[in-house]
Design a protein around this ligand. Structure first.
Ligand SMILES: [Zn+2]
Length: 208
C-alpha cells in the first residue's frame, strides 16, 4: 500500500512530494521510506522528503550516522545494510548502493517473482534492477514500484530506459514519486496495462 506520494488515487488523501509504502505480510509489516511525515527507523536515504518534516528530526536524520545515533538514543534497534541481505522471511534489501545519496531498495519474494520497491532510485532504476537480478539469478522481477528518478529525463532517455527494463524481463512497472509525468506516459504507452497508475492510497495485491 502506498501511503505517501506525489500522486494520489484517493480523493481523501493529499499528494505531497515524497514516498512511503507499507508492505503487509503474514509476518511483521514493513514501512519502507517515510515521505515527509514522521521519522521511521529505516528511511532509505537522507533527502528531506524521505525523512521527518520536523526540523529537530531533520537535523538528526541529515546524515546516516546521525540517524543511527538518533535511533540508538531512543532505545530502538538499528541495523545497517551495506550489502544485499535478507531482512525477514521473503524480504531482502539491495543494501546501500554507491551513489550520492546512498540508497537501498526493498525486495519482496512473491509467487510470481520479485517485487522491488524503490524510494527515489538515485543509483538509477536500471542499476537497482540489475542489482536485484544479480542477487537472485533464480527469479524474475515481476514488478518495480516507487520513485524511478526520471523527472528530468528526455523522451529518448525514457524510452531507452523502458526498453532496457523490458529487456531485463521486468514484467510490470508502477512509477510514482520522482518518476515524472512524462515517465508515466511513456511507460504506460510501452507497458500498456502492465504499467500501473498508482499514488497515495493505491493497494497493490502481491500474489502469494
Ligand atoms: Zn528520485
Amino acid at each position: 500500500m502506498i501511503v505517501y506520494d506525489n500522486h494520489t488515487v484517493d480523493s481523501r488523501l493529499q499528494a505531497r512530494w515524497g514516498f512511503a509504502s507499507v508492505v503487509l505480510l503474514p509476518g511483521p509489516s514493513i514501512l519502507f521510506d517515510t515521505g515527509g511525515g514522521q521519522p521511521h527507523p529505516s528511511p532509505q536515504h537522507a533527502h528531506p522528503w524521505h525523512r521527518s518534516g520536523r526540523d529537530r528530526y531533520r537535523r538528526d536524520l541529515a546524515h546516516p550516522r546521525r540517524l543511527r545515533n538518533s535511533i540508538g538514543s531512543r532505545s530502538l534497534g538499528c541495523e545497517t545494510c551495506d550489502v544485499p541481505r535478507r531482512i525477514a522471511e521473503r524480504v531482502y534489501t539491495t543494501g546501500e548502493m554507491e551513489n550520492a545519496p546512498r540508497e537501498q531498495a526493498l525486495v519482496v519474494e512473491m509467487g510470481d517473482g520479485l517485487v522491488v520497491i524503490t524510494g527515489c532510485a538515485h543509483p538509477g532504476i536500471l542499476s537497482i534492477v540489475r542489482r536485484v537480478k544479480s542477487m537472485r539469478t533464480d527469479a524474475d522481477v515481476s514488478l518495480v514500484m516507487g520513485g524511478f528518478h526520471l523527472l528530468s529525463a528526455s523522451a529518448e532517455q525514457l524510452e531507452g530506459t523502458t526498453d532496457h527494463l523490458q529487456e531485463l524481463g521486468l514484467r510490470r512497472v508502477a512509477p510514482s514519486h520522482c518518476s515524472g509525468d512524462a515517465c508515466r506516459d511513456v511507460m504506460r504507452r510501452m507497458y500498456g496495462e502492465d504499467c500501473l497508475v498508482v499514488g497515495a492510497g493505491s493497494v497493490i495485491p502481491l500474489p502469494d
